[in-house]
Design a protein around this ligand. Structure first.
Ligand SMILES: [Zn+2]
Length: 199
C-alpha cells in the first residue's frame, strides 16, 4: 500500500469537476450512511472545489474504529433481581470496578453464545426456570455498537429465542449459574484479565 502524506498531490475524478488535481489534507469525513463522522483523517481534496474526492486506504482502520464507536441506546426490561445478579457477578470478579464490568460481562457471554462455546439450549432451559419467573419491572440500559446489535440478532436466530431481551435475560441467568452460584466462578481467570484492562 502506498502511504500518502499531508500535502501530497495526486489526480482523481471529482464528482463535481471531473478529473482534477487533488491535495491530501486532514478533514472530518461523514460516514456514507450519515450516522456520524470520522474526525481528522487524511483525505484527497479537490483543488478546484475543495470537496473530499478520495480517502486513501491507510485511513480505513480509523474509519472502521470510528464507525464502531457509534453507539445506540438499547433498553431491555428485566426482573429487578436480574440487575442484582449482574451487579453481584461483576463485584465478584473485581470488587474495585464492580458494576463497570456489567456490560463487558454481558458482551463476553454474548460472544461465547454467538460462537457456540456456550449452548443456547441452556439459555432456553434457564429462561423456563423458577428464577426467571418474575415480572420485568426494571430497565437495563446499554449503549451498544452495531457490532453488538449484529451479535444479538445472530444469537436470536441461532437460538430460537424470541428476541434480544430474552437473550439478555438468558445470559444473566447463565451468569448467575456460572459466576454467582459456584464456589469458584467459571472463566474467572479470563474475566479478571478483562477487568484489568479497565484503567
Ligand atoms: Zn471538485
Amino acid at each position: 500500500m502506498k502511504i500518502v502524506k499531508e500535502g501530497d498531490k495526486n489526480k482523481a475524478v471529482c464528482q463535481f469537476c471531473g478529473l482534477q488535481s487533488i491535495t491530501y489534507a486532514l478533514r472530518d469525513v461523514p460516514f456514507s450512511d450519515n450516522n456520524g463522522v470520522v474526525r481528522n483523517i487524511l483525505a484527497g481534496i479537490c483543488d478546484k472545489c475543495d470537496n473530499v474526492v478520495s480517502i486513501p486506504r491507510q485511513s480505513t482502520p480509523k474509519i472502521k474504529a470510528a464507525y464502531n464507536e457509534v453507539k445506540r441506546s438499547a433498553e431491555y426490561r428485566v426482573p429487578a433481581h436480574f440487575i442484582d445478579i449482574l451487579s453481584l457477578a461483576s463485584n465478584r470478579i473485581d470488587d474495585e470496578i464492580g458494576d463497570t464490568l456489567s456490560k463487558p460481562l454481558l458482551l463476553y457471554y454474548l460472544h461465547k453464545l454467538n460462537t457456540g462455546v456456550i449452548s443456547s439450549s441452556r439459555l432456553k432451559e434457564l429462561l423456563a426456570s423458577e428464577l426467571a419467573s418474575a415480572p420485568s419491572t426494571k430497565r437495563l440500559s446499554l449503549k451498544i455498537t452495531e457490532r453488538t446489535e449484529k451479535e444479538l440478532s445472530s444469537v436470536v436466530q441461532k437460538s430460537g429465542l424470541q428476541n434480544n431481551t430474552d437473550v439478555i435475560k438468558g445470559i444473566i441467568l447463565k451468569i448467575y449459574e456460572d459466576i454467582v452460584q459456584p464456589k469458584t466462578p467459571k472463566h474467572i481467570k479470563e474475566l479478571k484479565s478483562i477487568a484489568a484492562t479497565f484503567g
